[in-house]
Design a protein around this ligand. Structure first.
Ligand SMILES: [Zn+2]
Length: 131
């Protein structure tokens, strides 16, 4: 990949990183507001726990994204960027423009998503047991 394109992707990644950090700190503030709310009303309690669940899911996906962006920035520094971490083929440039933090090519990503789907179901069950 040429340096100019790489530079643009690096910039996009840094910007996304900053935006995400801001979003995450806003979400934390929103969460604190929900946590301080106290009520005896059962309907309200259900709503609060529903909101907590939503925030939990939000945090988790933001956190994953943040980590993926940081990884991508590190890979740019190590000059490993744009190589699929699974099959070590070059990742399609169009894919990188759309998803600059992509770690895998489309074929490998589809594989990962299949695994993720079963993993999500499992965490869902674990969480239900805990609550
Ligand atoms: Zn691959």
């Amino acid at each position: 990949m040429d340096k100019r394109k790489l530079g643009r992707l690096q910039k996009a990644l840094s910007e996304e990183h900053d935006t995400l950090l801001r979003t995450m700190s806003r979400n934390r503030e929103a969460e604190e507001e929900i946590l301080v709310e106290k009520t005896e009303d059962e309907g309200d309690l259900a709503l609060i726990s529903h909101n907590k669940e939503l925030l939990y899911n939000l945090h988790e996906s933001d956190f994953r994204r943040l980590k993926a962006i940081e990884d991508a920035l590190k890979r740019i520094q190590r000059e490993e960027y744009g190589i699929c971490t699974e099959c070590e083929e070059e990742i399609n440039e169009k894919r990188l423009v759309a998803v600059p933090w992509a770690m895998t090519c489309i074929a490998c990503q589809e594989e990962v998503e299949r695994e993720d789907a079963s993993e999500t179901t499992m965490t869902g069950v674990t969480r239900q047991i805990r609550t």
